[in-house]
Design a protein around this ligand. Structure first.
Ligand code: PEP
Ligand code: MG
Length: 311
């Protein structure tokens, strides 16, 4: 089975009944961009740019960032990349940014909130991304959007930066990883080109279970029906607005999770590099009609354990 997977990893994830799901990779650096292509990924669905900012004394300059993004774009050789703007806070701390010590960092000044509060840092990164986007297919994604006003502020800044340097427009999207964003998905969808569901944080915030908690993390299962119903609601809102939905949290890379997500209507799965071949293989083997039936059954289960027993 593993050998077949390895041989077939470059074939698209086309189901026996003709449904196509894009399988892309989560990466953090240039070496991973190369590894993603070698693993059969059809692009990058999540570049975690935090990793450009860690293990150093000061933030990377605009030119340094352009160079790194451009190297990734070159490695992808025409395949698309979604660059997520800096998502610090929570578990991702960067000493020189002198982030405030908070009692509840996961509920604190993190993600887009931090960037909107540090507009210089945000503008520098956006300028670098727009410049790099001239070299290949780039999309921009904002993390941790909880409210329409945050998206509007982020879009306003991005558009101002783009106009200042005379760069071409790029597709803009957001992570859906906070329950309030699911509830506001119809309004959010009107202002972006795509959604990507961050199942790690969406699970944490829906179940009120710290994703790093030594005991609770195991129970914080992204296949909990509460989370699946949030995903279902997100896909319906996106469909109604005519935009596509991807997913980039951990369950997207689990073959059973990939079946359920695609059955719910998620069109792009962004997974860790070692998961690419296995996810493609399961999607090529199982008819989409079966995944849809599985997803429908999972939505009405009472808990995650019952969902897992459907597998
Ligand atoms: C997520 O929250 O599911 C996600 C993909 O982003 P991160 O793990 O970087 O928070
Ligand atoms: Mg997240």
């Amino acid at each position: 089975e593993r050998e077949t997977e390895a041989r077939e990893r470059f074939k698209p994830a086309l189901s026996p009944d003709g449904a196509r799901v894009e399988v892309v990779a989560n990466i953090s650096d240039v070496a991973e961009a190369e590894a993603a292509v070698a693993a059969g990924a059809e692009g990058v669905g999540l570049l975690r740019t935090e990793f450009l900012f860690v293990n150093r004394e000061a933030p990377p300059s605009e030119d340094e960032q352009v160079e790194i993004y451009a190297a990734m774009i070159a490695a992808l050789n025409g395949l698309p990349i979604i660059i997520r703007t800096l998502d610090v806070g929570g578990d991702k701390e960067i000493p020189y940014l002198r982030m405030p010590v908070e009692e509840n960092p996961f509920l604190g000044l993190r993600g887009i909130r931090f960037c909107l509060a540090h507009e210089d840092l945000f503008r520098t990164q956006l300028r670098a991304i727009f410049r790099a986007a001239e070299k290949g297919p780039v999309r921009i994604m904002f993390p941790m959007i909880a409210m329409v006003s945050e998206l509007e502020a982020a879009l306003r800044i991005a558009e101002a930066v783009r106009a200042e340097i005379g760069a071409a427009p790029v597709e803009m999207g957001i992570m859906i990883e906070i329950p309030s964003a699911v509830m506001m998905a119809p309004e959010l969808a009107r202002q972006v080109d795509f959604f990507s569901i961050g199942t790690n944080d969406l699970t944490q915030y829906a179940l009120a279970m710290d994703r790093m908690h030594p005991v609770l993390a195991k129970q914080a299962d992204g296949l909990h029906p509460a989370v699946l119903r949030l995903i279902d609601q997100t896909v319906r809102a996106a469909d109604a607005a005519g935009i596509w939905v991807g997913a980039c949290g951990g369950i997207a890379g689990d073959p059973f999770g990939a079946r359920i997500l695609s059955g719910l209507g998620v069109k792009e799965l962004s997974v860790s590099i070692p998961s690419v071949a296995g996810v493609k293989a399961v999607l090529r083997r199982v008819p989409m009609a079966e995944n849809q039936a599985l997803a429908a059954r999972a939505l009405v289960c009472a808990d995650a354990a019952t969902v897992r027993k459907l597998g």
